[in-house]
Design a protein around this ligand. Structure first.
Ligand SMILES: CC(C)(COP(=O)(O)OP(=O)(O)OC[C@H]1O[C@@H](n2cnc3c(N)ncnc32)[C@H](O)[C@@H]1OP(=O)(O)O)[C@@H](O)C(=O)NCCC(=O)NCCS
Length: 377
């Protein structure tokens, strides 16, 4: 452990001294994440605190008596500064001030309800930033993998949708297991640990507008036709398809697979859902688990974005391996009638955060795919 680690014991000792001096502390930053989670997830080099701006002189007196000194940073201001002790332990101070009516009058613009969190450090209750605001504060700058692990832990523990800017961290380890359960476990592991560097790993990442050519090339190669490539482009440009989840599989820097999910709705209550279409893996890389990995990663992403159900029109033997079941007999009507002989090709699965009994009914899809020619198997 580095000398400068700010341990749980250090945090509690400092908070006690500040409480004795009647300085109210709200824990922020990495320690706040661990406090609301109720467990320490990683070592911390500093302690972020939010305090009333008017308490700064007393805080300084108390900390300077223990050898803490200003440690200037590029973003240092009167409201945002770092004090460091001789061992290199840093207290990162953020200040705020509200009047008695709750109006922000000084310091950093903390929303007043962000200060209402409660957590546990080393068995001791502490005040901290709320989980919802911790996630939002993590979207105000370009995140790294440590931010991703913190945000993912918060989102899972408090059922908060993963912010879109964090979806790019969805990656897979190099060796791909074959069954859906093991794939999901692999994704969970890859999300919990840093991605391996410089390997021949399959990488699954969010595709953006710069990837359109690569996406269309993959679709064309897989289907041997331009139809699905053009449908993909049209869906990506269709505002009624939002939210979409568009994932590209890349192996050795080469795009090898693509999957698209677009917005769907079910019944009069418009239950949020998603439609998987199209899915493509280039012929030379098929039957190695890439299609399955794209499905599992995509389902995890659409679940986080709030969809309760996923639909697909495809090969029943393939998609039933990935958790889908025939939808017609469950009461989900396709946008266009499906021929009786292909009835089982129209499939559904409920997603992780779905309530138990979901309304059934007619499924509506984005304009770009709401055409009869796309609904013939
Ligand atoms: C379907 C597709 C995406 C699968 O990708 P993949 O990376 O090969 O899939 P996986 O490696 O995860 O799974 C391969 C398994 O699925 C099976 N499979 C693939 N396509 C299938 C199909 N149409 N029906 C039944 N099983 C199928 C393979 O036989 C293989 O099984 P095996 O491992 O027991 O031999 C890919 O074959 C493809 O792009 N095909 C052309 C486009 C297409 O049909 N897309 C789907 C539209 S619904």
């Amino acid at each position: 452990m580095p000398d400068s680690e700010f341990t749980a014991g250090d945090v509690i000792a400092l908070l006690r001294q500040l409480a004795d001096a009647e300085i109210e502390i709200i824990v922020d930053g990495g320690w706040a994440v661990d406090a609301v989670l109720g467990r320490q997830t990683r070592p911390h080099r500093d302690l972020d605190i939010a305090i009333r701006h008017s308490d700064v002189p007393r805080l300084r007196t108390l900390l300077e008596a223990q050898g803490y000194r200003d440690s200037p940073r590029p973003d240092t201001t009167a409201f945002n500064f770092v004090l460091e002790d001789p061992d290199g332990r840093a207290v990162d101070v953020h200040t705020y001030e509200f009047d008695s009516a709750g109006n922000h009058i000084d310091g950093l613009p903390y929303p007043i309800d962000s200060l209402n969190g409660r957590g546990i450090i080393d068995g001791h209750p502490v005040r901290c930033i709320t989980p919802e605001w911790l996630v939002r504060f993590h979207t105000e700058y370009e995140p790294d993998k440590t931010d991703f692990r913190d945000v993912r832990a918060l989102c899972e523990a408090f059922h908060i949708p993963l912010p879109k800017m964090y979806e790019k961290f969805l990656e897979l380890p190099p060796s791909l297991p074959r069954s859906a359960e093991r794939l999901t476990a692999a994704i969970d592991r890859s999300l919990a640990t840093p991605a391996p560097q410089e390997t021949e790993a399959l990488l699954i990442r969010v595709a953006d507008s710069n990837d359109l050519d690569a996406v269309m090339t993959v679709q064309r190669a897989a289907f041997g036709s331009n139809v699905e490539a053009e449908l993909t482009r049209d869906l990506l440009n269709d505002p009624t398809a939002d939210p979409t989840v568009s994932l590209l599989a890349v192996e050795d820097d080469e795009p090898v697979g693509h999957i698209l999910f677009s917005k769907a709705r079910v019944g009069e209550r418009e239950t949020p859902a998603t439609l998987l279409a199209p899915l493509a893996v280039v012929p030379a890389r098929q039957r190695r688990g890439i299609g399955g990995a794209l499905i599992a990663t995509g389902l995890a992403a659409v679940t986080r974005s709030g969809a309760d159900l996923a639909f697909v029109l495809g090969h029943p033997d393939y998609y039933t391996r990935h958790g889908f079941a025939p939808a017609g007999r469950l009461g989900y009507e396709a946008p266009y009638p499906i021929a009786e002989k292909d009835a089982d090709a129209w499939m559904v699965q409920s997603l992780g955060n779905a309530p138990r009994r979901l309304p059934t009914g007619r499924v509506t899809v984005a304009d770009a795919i709401n055409r009869p020619e796309y609904w013939r198997e």
